[in-house]
Design a protein around this ligand. Structure first.
Ligand code: COA
Ligand code: AMP
Length: 636
């Protein structure tokens, strides 16, 4: 048996023995004696009686082991023309002081703290400071609008909000304070305090509830690490589901730390002292796992990048960072490379940098499309690895296990299930299907350590969203298949979640916003193929009877409304007014059909359709307005 096959089998056949071994990778205050336990709903709980603190494991422990002077963070911000290095010792001291500051504001173990910050070192300091106190952080991505932030504040009910005064995007400064004030205004829950890290690009005006980060830090008494149980929550991270209300994915502490430590070895193949660069954002799961926690748990140096793949200043930005910081392992989303390829199709800028330090490139967030894979594979001398995961799992479900046993790559495949993940493909009836047959991709219980342990404040939703469809299995929401060699191909979501530039969004949520406009009778928002961003949302609306305004004005209002309510990253740029929408006789909008038309695919008329002429209407409207590749769609 190959090394991979052997390790995978062991992880599935003897999960307790396998993960007990992996648990030794991290420093515990009290090592767990119970490895795996099931809760009353029969969901796996790992390391419940172990005691640890991730801030200790990732910072204090390394300082104690002699890594105090090694850079923990290399911050590089072309948008503000700044760079900064924080050693492990500096990081530990800042975290301890900020934890002391939070404690002074009344934050205790189990309290929630919402963090709304861009890619600055202080975002990581704030996250680790919460962890140090055993408080639960919930980081909200800066591209979300006040309404989205309000929904999260209301759900998480934080004692404190920690924010920066502004974010900086390409050529624009975005003040955050008005967004936070508006969100707190909209939320029924009001935090006691808001701590603002002032950036020189824009100073926020502070009100009665607000505290200045620097002043608090100066006055703070450093706080020690509070021991927490392996199963205690470390964070809540909201992600899009199929309804308008985002799901607060709850992550435990011990299982997560063990899984991340294992992945840094088996998947990413990085050793303590080496440099890891993940070009994501702390607001996403990739940022939580592979900018903030995993690199430091492993004793690596993490590059924290406040910039874009292109335009800051050019499409050579990633090559520059890899070369300058001697990055060994680099991780980003395929969309970033599609943007680079667009600006520098022959990869000429690469020649300006020595990237001989790079040993592997990892991509996730969406499927690595074969053209982008081949472009990268031709350009680089290192393995180009597509790996598949989700906010819920916290770490990769399928990958080429570069550190354990590298395998030949197949374009379009995320390679094989990672040890611990018993991935299966089921048909509608819940029967396992054979190779090359598509179905629902599920994970047989128990899920390995590191995966979500619940939906914040809503155990029922956890069960309904993930566990109810196929008892005994976790529903990933993705469709796909295994080939004859056991390679896994993930082909896209089976629900209303879409992926726009590696950002996960819900069309259902956009429909709620569009449908709430007083002039809209009915609407559908669908995700259509986009060459750069992977997918883009497009809205189709039927105005209410008696609507007398200009259609173009309504369309623009709806675009603006989604931007205002969800945020600029929703990227809803096209809304079309139509007379009819294709529906089944029971009134269900035929969204898949709409997607096929927009993507220029052949489409048939389903026997269940209520009004076949509605299809032609929509087709004509999309064609006239040049939506996607609708001009190529053909009815068969
Ligand atoms: N805060 C505030 N606004 C933000 C933001 C943030 N953190 N991130 C993006 N936005 C805004 C942008 O300014 C833009 O606003 P605009 O409509 O006013 O121009 C909008 O959201 C869309 O941004 P973006 O998706 O970044 O599109 P783009 O066309 O500017 O850039 C890419 C395209 C491909 C370069 C960019 O999407 C990218 O870097 N993608 C990689 C994403 C990624 O790493 N995801 C991680 C998942 S692993
Ligand atoms: P998120 O929770 O934002 O990480 O998004 C998770 C979703 O992104 C998954 O359910 C997939 O639909 C998609 N995804 C992420 N990585 C990949 C990948 N490597 N291949 C295919 N789809 C992916």
């Amino acid at each position: 048996m190959s090394t991979y096959a052997n390790e995978f089998r062991r992880s599935i056949d003897q999960p307790e023995a396998f993960w007990a071994e992996q648990a030794r990778r991290i420093p515990w205050f009290t090592p767990p004696s119970t490895i795996l336990e099931y809760d009353e709903a029969n969901h796996a709980r790992w390391f419940v009686d172990g005691e640890m603190n991730i801030s200790h494991a990732a910072l204090d422990h390394h300082v104690e082991q002699g890594r105090g002077d090694q850079p923990a963070i290399l911050w590089d911000s072309p948008v503000t023309d700044s760079k900064r290095t924080l050693t492990y010792r500096e990081m530990r001291d800042q975290v301890a002081s900020f934890a002391g500051a939070l404690k002074g504001l009344g934050v205790e173990k189990g309290d929630r703290v919402v963090i709304y910050m861009p890619m600055v070192p202080e975002a990581l300091v704030a996250m680790y400071a919460c962890a140090r106190l055993g408080a639960v952080h919930s980081v909200v991505f800066g591209g979300f609008a006040p309404h989205e932030l309000a929904v999260r504040i209301e759900d998480a009910a934080p004692k404190v909000v920690v924010a920066a005064s502004c974010g900086v995007e390409v050529n624009k400064v975005l003040p955050y304070k008005p967004i936070i004030d508006a969100a707190i205004e909209q939320s029924a829950h009001k935090p006691d305090a808001c701590v603002v890290f002032q950036r020189e690009q824009h100073l926020a005006e502070l009100g009665p509830r607000d505290h200045d980060w620097a002043t608090l830090l100066d006055a703070a008494t450093p706080a020690d690490c509070v021991p927490v149980k392996g199963s205690d929550p470390l964070y809540v991270l909201y992600t899009s589901g199929t309804t308008g209300k985002p799901k607060g994915v709850v992550r435990d502490t011990g299982g997560y730390a063990v899984a991340l430590a294992y992945s840094m070895d088996a998947i990413y193949d990085v050793e303590p002292g080496e440099v890891f660069f993940s070009a994501s954002d702390v607001g996403w799961v990739v940022g939580h796992s592979y900018i903030v926690y995993a690199p430091l748990l492993r004793g690596c140096t993490s590059v924290v990048y406040e910039g874009k793949p292109v335009k800051t200043p050019d499409a050579g930005a990633f090559w520059r960072l890899i070369s300058e910081y001697r990055v060994k392992s680099f991780f980003t989303a395929p969309t970033a490379f599609r943007a680079i390829k667009k600006e520098d199709p022959d990869g000429k800028l690469l020649a300006e940098y020595d990237i001989s330090c790079l040993k592997a490139l990892f991509l996730a967030g969406e499927r690595l499309d074969p053209p982008t894979f081949h472009w990268l594979d031709d350009l680089l001398d290192v393995p180009v690895i597509d790996h598949w995961w989700q906010t819920e799992t916290g770490w990769p479900i399928a990958a080429n296990l570069h550190g354990l046993e590298p395998m030949p790559t197949k374009a379009g495949s995320a390679t094989v299930p990672v040890p611990g993940f018993n991935v299966q493909i089921l048909d509608r009836e819940g029967e396992q299907v054979g190779p090359m047959e598509q179905g629902s991709v599920v994970i047989k219980q128990p899920m390995p350590p590191g995966c979500l342990v619940g939906v914040w404040g809503d155990p029922q939703r956890f069960h309904a969203a993930y566990m109810a469809a196929f008892p005994g299995y976790y529903l990933t929401g993705d469709g796909g298949y295994f080939d004859e060699d056991g390679y896994l191909f993930i082909m896209g979501r089976t629900d209303d979640v879409i992926n726009v530039a590696g950002h996960r969004l819900s069309t259902g949520e956009m429909e709620e916003v569009v449908g709430a406009h007083p002039a809209v009778a009915e609407c559908a928002v669908i995700g259509i193929h986009d060459a750069l961003k992977g997918q883009l949302p497009v809205g189709l609306v039927i105005p209410k009877d008696g609507f007398e305004g200009r259609e173009a004005d309504l369309e623009q209002e709806l675009v603006a409304l989604v931007r205002e309510k969800i945020g600029p990253i929703a990227c809803l740029k096209q809304v079309l007014v139509v007379d009819r929408l294709p529906k089944t006789r029971s009134g269900k909008i035929l969204r898949k059909l709409l997607r096929n038309i927009a993507d220029g695919k052949e489409y048939g008329v389903p026997s269940t359709i209520d009004d076949p002429a509605s299809l032609q209407d929509v087709h004509d409207a999309m064609k006239a307005r040049e939506v996607g590749a609708a001009h190529e769609a053909r009815q068969v």
